[in-house]
Design a protein around this ligand. Sequence first.
Ligand code: SME
Length: 170
Amino acid sequence: MSTSNETNSKIEPPLSTTLLKSLRVLLEDEPDTIANLANASAFIFEHLSKVNWVGFYLLKEETLVLGPFQGKPACVRIQNGKGVCGTATKADKTYVVPNVHEFPGHIACDAASKSEIVIPLHANGAVVGCLDIDSPEYDRFSQADREWLEEAGKIIEQAIKNDVFWKELN
Ligand code: SME
């Protein structure tokens, strides 16, 4: 019988390193945050199996506002501290939710979503939003997925820091 890591993750260690390099190359020469978040969501959506939504929420004062994404149209505004996104962003911690139906206050944007991972993103020492990924399968996100996605989050944070206009966007 396979372990959950083997069955749940398409990303194997050698591939993950290559993919992270590709993500870095995709973002590093472009200073525009919206363009980089759009490409980052498309890149992750393309390379992760069994996901139905990949995207960003950006913190504007105490509200998370929908950013670039791949998947079905989603809720535009989430109060910081609410839902999985707001909980993870406010706590400044990655949340892996194996069953969204058991998460108190989960906000259902796509009825197909069954599990979710949310990774807070930072710039200039502050949380600026989050990367949110939904799966139509329960318990989709393994520890290996989490580690890979947190590394992807660091690359995305670097891209945000490279945007000289980022402060004006907020
Ligand atoms: N499920 C999220 C809302 C965003 S969608 O999944 C795209 C939440 O509970 O915060």
